[in-house]
Ligand binder design. Structure first.
Ligand code: MG
Length: 165
């Protein structure tokens, strides 16, 4: 038995403090030096949010916003690895393991390529899987719309879950 899941997330990007209300730019748990960062209740890690939702979706469970509401004051500034670890815990509890993950990050800045290996290593550690099961792609939005103007970051993630032997 296999199950497929898709996750999507978008966060508005603003200049980071003290200039604006953007949080430090964190992607897949990796802190990246960037003049803008996500506006969010948690740390705004759009990649980790999309992966979390892909796993929860594959399992047919409530989504990240239902499990971790942005109205919960305890989650203000929360590290998103917390959400991903919980999704992985539920996956294993139900007898599944990650077959593979493929994710696409769309933003103008920062460039994803130079950070790909470090992001994958962090995600692999967080999820307790071999990094060969994870793939990441970076794209720009060709100067079109808010994402292309650098005012937002968008992520799509797909996962395949396999029934544990
Ligand atoms: Mg989010």
């Amino acid at each position: 038995m296999t199950r497929i899941g898709h996750g999507y997330d978008l966060h508005r990007l603003e200049p980071t403090a003290p200039v604006g209300s953007g949080r430090p730019f964190v992607l897949g748990g990796l802190l990246i030096d960037n003049p803008t960062g996500p506006v969010a209740h948690s740390d705004g890690d759009a990649l980790t949010h999309a992966i979390t939702d892909a796993i929860l979706g594959a399992l047919g469970l409530p989504d990240i916003g239902q499990l971790f509401p942005d109205s919960d004051p305890k989650l203000a500034g929360a590290e998103s690895s917390l959400f991903l670890r919980e999704a992985v815990r539920r996956m294993r509890e139900r007898g599944y393991e990650l077959g593979n993950l493929d994710a696409t990050v769309i933003c103008e800045r920062p460039k994803i390529g130079p950070h790909k290996a470090a992001i994958i290593a962090r995600l692999a550690q967080c999820m307790g899987v071999d990094s060969s099961r994870l793939n990441l792609k970076g794209k720009t939005h060709e100067a079109v719309d808010a994402v292309g103007e650098g005012r937002a970051i968008e992520v799509h993630a797909s996962v395949l879950l396999l029934e544990s032997p």
